[in-house]
Design a protein around this ligand. Structure first.
Ligand code: SAM
Length: 455
């Protein structure tokens, strides 16, 4: 392990005083790892019945669990492919617990990739309201989109836009805003040597001024009485209490509120919360602020997509689903989307996705998207094949192979693992042609895991 920078150690000692001894003790122990169940797709019983390792509840979210030390290959598990859970360091779920999103609200996650907190927000919105997930780095925004698709989220907008452009365009639109800011990552030191090597006092300082700038933008997007949560996975006072204090200094219309949780310990601004390794997580800081001043919504009203195409979308939907089609269909070039109600104008905001992708029009016909099946429940579909997590069929499907199916199955057919949708194929002549996306397949020794490992 790369040696910790002496200046970092000095700062921690100064900050923690007597508690520094227990902080130091943690360095000889393995880092905490965890998963968070996705209630949009999977109940606790299903997860526990097929998860191959023991799961111990975490204090940071009712959906969070600690993984045991021997847990390996989690990203290749069929239930991971199915979006039944998200791999997340346990204390990383604390910020959304403090944000406390409610179904039907409009939530902005301003620094969102790879999507740990966005997928948690989506779970708590339970399909109602709007989640706007923004990530400034375009490549990371694509990973964010893929994680939201995997976890079956229907009501998200994914954008890649600078906060200083995005937030003024959405003035006063959101009930809650999360700023999980880019930071010096001291809370990642136990699992990332790269984070240790990248640390320097200058980097901490640069992070603090970037964090303050992001907060300055974020506050515009919040409506009156809205909640702003600021979080980092670093320990430095400069990037945590320092940034929040500086923000409050220049925004007298924001109030620091109690986080209303029992985990971790009071921060050095006592209403905020800190989690150190001796509190059961790798490290997080969370502060909750409330906007007291008026901020009328200035977001522009949304116009429909290029061409109205409900007929084609309806036909596609009704060939796959048992129920009747309803919703706002939008067409962007050859792609069809089901947009959440109540969206503002998104032009010029780097939007990669607004709502659920239904499919694409190819040679005059609409073909379904993988995302459509990932957001579905097996009982909603006309055709579905369900396999057990330890079956040869599910391994073959996730590998990209064709499957043998009953002759009577024709057309599009969902594939589920332990009752959780994982993809689809097209049946004819007793075979299911595999439509599981190539980039997601389980190939020989590939351990694809696009959750926290890419943070
Ligand atoms: N919330 C994410 C999650 O739970 O998966 C993790 C977010 S990570 C701590 C911070 C993110 O902020 C990174 O994805 C990074 O690319 C992005 N970022 C970097 N510079 C930024 C900036 N100037 N404004 C906004 N976001 C930025």
């Amino acid at each position: 392990m790369t040696a910790l920078p002496p200046e970092f150690q000095k700062r921690m000692q100064r900050m923690l005083g007597d508690a520094d001894a227990s902080f130091q003790d943690c360095w000889s122990r393995p880092a905490f790892r965890g998963i968070r169940r996705n209630p949009l797709k999977c109940g606790e019983e299903t997860l526990k019945a097929s998860f191959p390792f023991s799961l111990r509840p975490s204090p940071f979210s009712p959906l969070g669990f600690y993984l045991p030390e021997n847990a390996e290959g989690i990203g290749r598990l069929p239930l991971h492919h199915a979006g039944a859970f998200y791999v997340q360091e346990p204390s990383a779920s604390s910020a959304v617990t403090v944000l406390n999103p409610q179904p039907g609200e409009r939530i902005l996650d301003l620094c969102a990739a790879p999507g740990g907190k966005s997928t948690q927000i989506a779970a708590l919105l339970a399909g109602k309201g709007v989640l706007w997930s923004n990530e400034v780095v375009r490549g990371r925004a694509r990973i964010l989109l893929s994680n939201l698709e995997r976890t079956g989220v229907k009501n998200a907008v994914v954008s890649s836009c600078r906060p200083e452009r995005l937030c003024p365009a959405l003035t006063g639109y959101f009930d809650r805003v999360l700023v999980d800011a880019p930071c010096s990552g001291e809370g990642m030191f136990r699992r990332s040597e790269e984070a240790v090597r990248a640390w320097s006092p200058e980097h901490v300082k640069a992070c603090a001024s970037r964090q303050l700038a992001i907060l300055e933008s974020a506050c515009a997007a919040l409506k009156e009485n809205g909640v702003l949560v600021y979080s980092t996975c670093t320990f430095s006072m400069e990037e945590n209490e320092g940034v929040v204090s500086a923000f409050l200094e220049s925004h007298r219309d924001f109030l620091l509120e109690d986080c209303g949780v029992a985990f971790g310990r009071p921060a050095f601004l006592p209403k905020a919360r800190r989690i150190f390794p001796m509190d059961g997580g790798e490290g997080h800081f969370v502060a909750r602020l409330r906007r007291l001043s008026a901020n009328p919504c200035m977001a522009k009203t949304r116009q429909g997509g290029d061409v109205p195409v409900p007929k084609m979308a309806k036909a596609l939907y009704e060939v796959i689903f048992r129920g009747r089609f309803s919703g706002n269909v939008e067409r962007i070039r050859s792609d069809l989307f089901l947009a959440p109600d109540d969206l503002p104008q998104t032009d010029g905001l780097g939007v990669l996705r607004a709502g659920l992708m239904l499919g694409s029009i190819r040679t005059g016909r609409a073909e379904p998207a993988h995302a459509l099946f990932m957001a579905a429940k097996p009982e909603e579909l006309r055709n579905v094949l369900s396999f057990s997590h330890d079956s040869a069929e599910i391994s073959a499907f996730l590998h990209g192979d064709e499957l043998c199916v009953p002759e009577c199955l024709k057309g599009y057919c969902g594939v589920a693992v332990d009752g959780v949708m994982v993809g689809f194929g097209k049946c004819s002549g007793g075979r299911l042609k595999n439509h599981y996306p190539k980039g997601l397949r389980n190939l020989s020794c590939d351990t694809r895991l696009k959750d926290e490992s890419l943070k």
